[in-house]
Ligand binder design. Structure first.
Ligand SMILES: [Zn+2]
Length: 148
């Protein structure tokens, strides 16, 4: 990500992420379909707008953590490159806890340029999604701007 310094700086200052409403709905649907296990996936788009969701399998099949399959990831990154899309976010669900990164989430966050989304199903009638940026073990809340 060379030459992207001004954009990156603006992002850090404002902590804003733009995301299509239907992507947020798909995130909730995937979380509910996989509950009580955690689900996970990648988010992509163009011009800093998240417009696509890619479900991934949680290879540890756990209710408290997730791990993406490296080969599945590789294939997805390849297909994103082929269509000129950028990897902008990662999401996973918390079937029974708050939408806040766990110690493991923070430990295993390898994409400081991405926005991390967590779907909480703690209140099954009212799923919550929160967005974060995780860099050097520091968690910052990111404001979501929902687009039609
Ligand atoms: Zn988590």
């Amino acid at each position: 990500m060379d030459g992207a310094e001004p954009t990156r700086l603006a992002f850090l200052v404002t902590h804003i992420v733009q995301i299509k409403k239907n992507v947020l709905n798909q995130m909730i649907q995937h979380s509910q379909a996989q509950a009580p296990l955690e689900c996970c996936g990648l988010l992509s788009g163009q011009d800093e707008v998240i417009s696509d969701l890619h479900t991934m399998s949680n290879r540890v099949k756990s209710p408290v953590r997730f791990e993406m399959d490296p080969l599945e990831l590789l294939l997805l990154f390849k297909s994103l490159r082929a269509v000129g899309d950028t990897h902008l976010g990662i999401y996973h669900s918390h079937p029974s806890t708050e939408a806040y990164p766990s110690a493991t989430d923070i430990e295993e966050s390898f994409y400081p340029d991405c926005t991390y989304f967590i779907v909480s199903l703690k209140d099954p009638l009212s799923p919550q999604i929160r967005a974060f940026q995780i860099e050097d073990h520091k968690v910052r809340g990111v404001e979501m701007i929902e687009l039609e």
